[in-house]
Design a protein around this ligand. Structure first.
Ligand code: UGA
Length: 433
């Protein structure tokens, strides 16, 4: 079996490395942050991801998973090198590809015999061509290599499961040799493998993420029509979702999507389309609906509570979605900032994301972090649910009601049963119902 190296040990790189090791591959994970490498080697995990810690420990113990800071070592030891470095957004919406270029140059400098270089990071179409050009330009000798695009579709919070049981594996290649090797690497996962050219593979990723974001904005727009007409978006989504051509998933209305992928990928796809001569107006509207959704939710709160200055509002959830400690571009954090801007005081809680939230939402006289979700409503004029953690549904809402100044609930993720909350005496405001 070919031996593998992963460059970049973030969410995608670490989970990919651990899962490849789990199915029997020998994997060297490289990161330029020595503290991270030290931590991982000692059995620590820098991120929260269900199932990951066990997976890493088991495979390190079995000798299949190792960590290093040296890209040179990766190029020397591995037949196939996966690039999993960040592609952060730039102010104009395009992505910064300097980490990808940097890794390509490092690989080139150390290349002495045939290797396959696989890009797993989300990148604009035609990046693979640029990576190949860069490696050719900076290689010390004339060496044969192939560049492959192998986009990753894992969701944070479900990353291990998504990687172990993918719906499909997309492999973009320029010839039969890398195609055969990639099939061999993915064979143990028993998933359908789609082999395309590199540009198509790169496009599949942007097209898929944009479509999912579009689906969310679509149901959010429907939610607004539901509110205006007295319909219930949950019923509408269920009715639509039972059509197999549509599907129920990603039809949950709320305060909009966030995270490190959708907002960035949408902007990047709009930008690259523009460069290629297409004005992707549809996706611009997807972004606009998403931004409006937060405005509408904040307006719902101000319309109900009237003056927010010095009101105390409990906020349940800080992560950008359930099952993660990630707060990057989290709608929940945005909600907190909007409430603070209106002069409110907030009491916040998240099962996993409080530590990561503190640097961007510092505790202080107006921001109180609470250790237990049951304590959030105490002394509040209202509570807002900002992240779809299922456990918020299990809070003892009957006793919480007794401890609130006014029993008002803003359910930004439609997590609670409206009738049940009303029967407990709450004024309940969901999204689109
Ligand atoms: C997303 C894609 O789902 C993955 O397939 C992809 O690999 C990943 O981006 C990536 O490009 O790396 P992720 O960002 O982890 O994954 O999160 P999602 O589960 O897709 O959720 C994104 C946002 O949409 C969250 O803020 C979530 O709360 C929101 N959302 C999701 C809704 O508002 N409604 C829904 O029905 C579903």
């Amino acid at each position: 079996m070919p031996s593998l190296a992963i460059i970049g040990t973030g969410y995608v790189g670490l989970v990919t490395g651990a899962c490849f090791a789990e199915v029997g591959h020998t994997v060297l994970c490289v990161d330029n942050d020595p503290r991270k490498v030290e931590m991982l080697t000692a059995g620590g995990i820098p991120i929260y991801e269900p199932g990951l810690e066990d997976l890493v420990k088991r495979n390190v113990a079995a000798g299949r998973l190792r960590f290093s800071t040296s890209t040179a070592q990766a190029v020397q030891e591995a037949d196939v090198i996966f690039i999993c470095v960040p592609t952060p957004p730039q102010p104009d919406g395009s992505v910064d590809l300097s980490f990808i270029e940097g890794v390509a140059r490092e690989i080139a400098a150390n290349l002495t015999s045939y290797r396959i270089i696989v890009d797993k990071s989300t990148v604009p179409v035609k990046t693979g061509e640029k990576v190949a050009e860069t490696i050719r330009r900076y290689a010390r000798t004339k060496v044969d290599f192939d560049v492959v695009s192998n986009p990753e579709f894992l969701r944070e919070g479900f990353a291990v499961d998504d990687l172990m049981h993918p719906d499909r594996v997309v492999v973009g290649v320029s010839g039969p040799r890398p195609a055969a090797l990639m099939r061999e690497i993915y064979e143990p996962f028993k998933a359908p493998i789609i082999v395309t050219d590199t540009n198509s593979a790169e496009l599949i990723k942007h097209a898929a993420n944009s479509f999912l974001a579009l689906k969310i904005s679509y149901i959010n727009a429907i939610a607004n029509i539901c509110e205006a007409s007295g319909a219930n978006v949950l019923e509408v989504a269920n009715g639509m979702g039972m059509d197999e051509r549509i599907g129920r998933r990603f039809l949950n209305a709320g305060i909009g999507f966030g995270g490190s992928c959708f907002p960035k990928d949408l902007s990047a796809f709009i930008k690259i389309s523009e460069t290629l001569g297409h004005d992707f107006r549809l996706l611009k509207e997807v972004q606009k609906i998403n931004a409006d959704q937060m405005d509408r939710f904040v307006k719902k709160i101000t319309d109900t509570l009237w003056v927010l200055k010095d009101k105390r509002i409990g906020v349940l959830g800080l992560a950008f979605k359930q099952n993660t400690d990630d707060v990057r571009l989290s709608p929940a954090i945005e909600l907190c900032n909007r409430l603070l801007k209106e002069g409110a005081k907030i009491r916040v809680y998240d099962p996993k994301a409080m530590e990561k939230a503190k640097p961007i939402l510092p505790p202080g006289p107006t921001v109180e972090y609470v250790d237990n979700m049951q304590d959030v409503p105490v002394g509040c004029d209202a509570v807002a649910i900002a992240t779809e953690w299922p456990e918020f549904g299990k809070l003892d809402w009957a006793s919480a009601r007794q401890q609130m100044i006014a029993p008002i609930l803003f359910d930004g993720r439609n997590l609670l049963d409206r009738l049940e909350m009303e029967s407990l005496g709450y004024l309940y405001k969901g999204v689109g119902r």
